[in-house]
Design a protein around this ligand. Structure first.
Ligand code: PPS
Ligand code: MG
Ligand code: MG
Ligand code: MG
Length: 328
């Protein structure tokens, strides 16, 4: 069971980490990022946000481990000295008492392997790093998993319009979902803007759908074929990161398709845990492309699932059927 102090610490930590990300984004240069072994990008903000969140959680729940995307070994050694110094300096601007060694220690708290028993946090310090670097959407995603089930999630979307239809009216949305208690939206000060709900579309031809910007992360051609089968005529909305889950939870869109680009890819638990709970607690449904529930109990990845389909609920079966029928 989530305690009141864990709930508040998690929300505060995601808001603080989002501030760090926005600070870094205002001064991005070539030295602010590097390529990881898998050739994906990581920035000083990914490391800094992981340090800020896992340091805060260590204070409130020291015995609860964490599955985090980033690893401090990417920051150690002489070759990474300049990047490391910038990470520490960004963290200290917000949490002055942290030192280089406590920053690295906090990042390393994310090395847990996950699994089916007990409680652990999972954190994606920046989801959609490519979007972050493009000045586009990104998310700070934190969830609590208890005995293999996602029970709590905080999804920070620092650049997402509070009102999708009115992007000039302010940005920065923080979604908080708790199993059995719904999903609410907070502003960047942590003030509640009320509960959110998925849209009520029951006719798939009236549905709108969203998908990743990056063609390496989802098969755009397959999604276009699904839309055609469903009779959807509006263009897809391409958006980076778990902000797509926010879009479904708030009723900005009805369908999020993440269709595998290659056979061996295993989706990571931190790429989905918080977003999935936001959608289900807002009344929607999330499965893989076969219609099976996502299994967060088997380690750091969703290795028994392929792809993701998130919808408002009533149209879910029709979307799964169309995804199967449109498979190349
Ligand atoms: N091949 C493949 N298939 C599916 N997903 C992959 C793949 N490779 C990477 N990733 C993960 O995609 C995460 C980014 O999410 P999105 O695709 O929704 O955002 S984006 O439009 O690409 O920016 C991204 O998360 P971050 O690394 O946190 O940005 C990756 O974990
Ligand atoms: Mg990454
Ligand atoms: Mg991610
Ligand atoms: Mg990430």
């Amino acid at each position: 069971m989530l305690t009141d102090s864990e709930r508040q610490a998690a929300i505060d930590a995601v808001i603080l980490a989002s501030k760090l990300c926005q600070n870094v984004r205002s001064k991005l240069d070539q030295g602010a990022s590097k390529e990881k072994e898998d050739r994906s990008p990581v920035t000083i903000a990914d490391f800094g946000a992981q340090a800020v969140v896992l340091n805060a959680l260590a204070k409130v729940s020291p015995d609860v481990p964490a599955v985090g995307e980033e690893d401090a070994s990417d920051l150690r050694g002489d070759a990474n000295a300049a990047l490391r110094e910038r990470v520490v300096s960004e963290v200290q601007a917000l949490v002055p008492e942290l030192t280089e060694s406590t920053v690295l220690e906090a990042i390393d708290r994310g090395n847990h392997s996950g699994g089916a028993s007990g409680r652990f946090w999972t954190l994606d310090p920046i989801d959609g790093t490519k979007g972050f670097l493009r000045n586009d959407q990104y998310a700070v995603a934190l969830a609590l998993i208890e005995d293999g089930e996602v029970t709590f999630g905080v999804l920070g979307c620092p650049h997402l319009p509070i009102d999708w239809k009115n992007p000039d009216a302010g940005r920065g949305c923080f979604m908080v979902a708790e199993k059995g208690k719904g999903c609410k939206q907070l502003d960047s000060e942590g003030k509640s803007l009320g509960k959110v709900q998925v849209d009520q579309v029951t006719d798939p031809t009236k549905a709108s759908f969203c998908e990743s910007v990056e063609s390496g992360h989802t098969k755009h051609g397959w999604a276009a074929a699904v839309a055609e089968k469903l009779g959807i005529t509006t263009e897809s909305v391409r958006m980076d990161s778990q902000c797509k889950y926010t879009a479904i939870a708030r009723g900005d869109a009805s369908i999020y398709l993440r269709l595998p680009t290659r056979p061996g890819y295993e989706e990571k638990i931190w790429d989905h845990a918080a977003g999935v709970l936001c959608v289900t607690e807002a009344g929607g449904n999330v499965t893989d492309i076969t219609g099976a529930a996502l299994d967060f109990s088997i380690g750091r990845t969703l290795k028994d699932n392929r792809g993701v389909i998130a919808t408002n609920g009533p149209i879910h079966d029709a979307v799964v059927t169309a995804v199967q029928a449109a498979q190349e």
